[in-house]
Design a protein around this ligand. Structure first.
Ligand code: HEM
Length: 453
């Protein structure tokens, strides 16, 4: 293999704050920041899509956004690693795992697809209060030692043993939500607004030590922030997303200041109290708190709602689920079949070979998690939703490698308890017409899901 310039050596254990926001006070800075971060990729994707690039079309074409699975199958026919005009993509389970686990590939947008100089220029116009979940120094967008350093601070709270101890509390919150629905006496309601969206935010807010009064605001701001995961936001969407982010950052700052005055033993309290060698800058602390909080409720809502729709569409599987009580496997199969996070991206730090093709430094690979989950080499009859599937948990919906979902144990616990208790309390729950999907490309779920019980 040829050697070629390394575009990014081992990540610094300290994040360089000077890279962001130097020009954020300039008139029009926000628009410049949008243009470089989202406008240029939007133009590139549109151009490539019009020239028949399937990978780009999967972001730009409404029909493929609504049903990405047909696109994944077309990609599968094109080979294990497909080279598009802007990026590579894979729906091959083994190749996706290889890329996600490889130290040669980094997460985050710092390295590509735009030249690093352009990315840095864009960052200089970005207000630090507009930084989103895939912008450094978010844990999702840093690598190496710096990533380890951030991740270590929060790992313990989400380890299997500690999450298992939360089960009683998760059941209590779930029971409270179902009691509320039963008390209302309405036979129709929106499953997302009243149940699937509420449970994760209540659980994570509890773990972090957030006041109950703030939860609805968080949900509202978080929806905007989640848009930032998509690569092609319009200026209008960007404004909406950054308005939410701005408020979220400001709120987290206030919380951290309060916790420094009145320390407590919650996860946020412990982060706020760190000092000495462990001390992080305010931006770093804010980004960790926001990611844990936002990832805690913007994804699990989709797991629960997607599973409810799948069970509704497959009455035989619902029957098996209800009689076997194996809700843990229903959760795994729902993760596999309809992943709440459909795709993630990695950038090569040096030239490397993947599936017999050369990927140059700075080139990106989209690991299509939703496609890898239907790889017939791993899953027998992969287009069938089967809650008894023995290897359902081999899905990649929670990623793999160093960025493997920090909240995986919690998401699985919440999904299992939510479905078990929902179908126990309302065995006849039925999805009504009129549901609306979320419009995101990366996240897949429901904005509204009317049901009757
Ligand atoms: C259905 C629920 C969930 C899904 C589908 C999901 C999915 C994912 C995926 C795919 C990644 C990795 C992205 C990448 O490789 O680029 C990730 C990372 C992460 N998730 Fe989750 N997640 C879920 C729930 C949660 C929960 C409940 C939390 C709460 C703490 C959480 C916190 C995180 C964090 C902090 C990361 C970043 C980890 C890192 O970069 O090291 N997630 N998640």
């Amino acid at each position: 293999m040829d050697t070629c310039p390394v575009v990014h050596t081992a990540a610094p254990a300290q994040w360089d704050e000077s890279r962001v926001g130097k020009r954020a006070n300039w008139a029009g800075a926000r628009r410049v920041s949008w243009f470089i971060r989202y406008g240029l990729p939007r133009v590139g994707l549109g151009f490539s899509a019009r020239r028949g690039d399937l990978i780009a079309q999967m972001t730009t074409e409404p029909a493929l956004r609504a049903d990405p699975y047909s696109g994944y199958e077309q990609l599968r026919e094109m080979g294990p690693l497909v080279k598009g005009r802007v990026t590579f993509a894979t729906v091959d389970h083994a190749i996706a795992r290889e890329v996600l686990r490889s130290p040669v590939f980094h997460a985050g947008t710092d390295l590509g697809p735009l030249p690093p100089k352009v990315t840095r220029f864009g960052a200089s116009f970005t207000d630090p209060l507009d930084l989103g979940p895939v912008d450094a120094p978010s844990m999702l967008a840093v690598n190496g030692d710096l990533h380890l350093r951030y991740r270590r601070l929060v790992t313990r709270a989400f380890a299997a043993k500690n999450v298992a101890q939360q089960e009683d509390r998760v059941r209590e919150i779930t029971g409270g939500l179902l009691d509320g629905l039963a008390r209302d006496g309405n036979s129709d309601f929106d499953l997302v607004a009243r149940f699937a969206g509420q449970l994760p935010v209540q659980v994570i807010a509890d773990m972090l030590g957030v006041d109950a009064a703030d939860r609805d605001k968080l949900l509202h701001w978080g929806d905007g922030a989640a848009l930032m995961l998509d690569p092609d936001l319009s200026w209008k969407q960007y404004q909406h997303a950054t308005d939410g982010l701005h408020q979220l950052h400001t709120w987290v700052l206030q919380q951290l200041a309060r916790l420094r005055r009145e320390p407590n033993d919650t996860l946020l309290g412990r982060l706020a109290a760190m000092d000495g060698d462990d001390a992080l800058s305010d931006v770093e602390l804010r980004m960790i708190a926001m990611l844990v909080l936002g990832a805690g409720f913007e994804t699990t809502v989709n797991l629960i709602a997607n599973a409810a729709v799948l069970l509704d569409e497959h009455p035989d599987q619902r029957q098996i689920a209800m009689s076997s009580g194996n809700w843990a496997n229903v959760v795994e199969e729902s993760f596999r079949y309809e992943p709440p996070v459909q795709v993630t991206v990695r950038t090569a730090t040096t030239e490397t070979e993947v599936a017999g093709q050369t990927v140059k430094a700075g080139q990106t690979v989209l690991t299509m998690l939703g496609g890898a989950n239907r790889d017939p080499k791993v899953f027998e009859d992969p287009q069938r939703f089967d809650v008894t599937r023995a290897n359902a948990d081999a899905h990649l919906s929670l990623s793999d490698g160093p960025h493997y979902c920090l909240g995986a144990n919690l998401a699985k616990l919440e999904g299992r308890v939510a479905l078990e208790m929902l179908y126990e309390r309302f065995p006849n729950v039925k999805v009504l017409p009129g549901g609306q999907r979320r419009t995101n490309r990366v996240l897949r779920g429901w904005a509204q899901l009317p049901v009757s019980v």
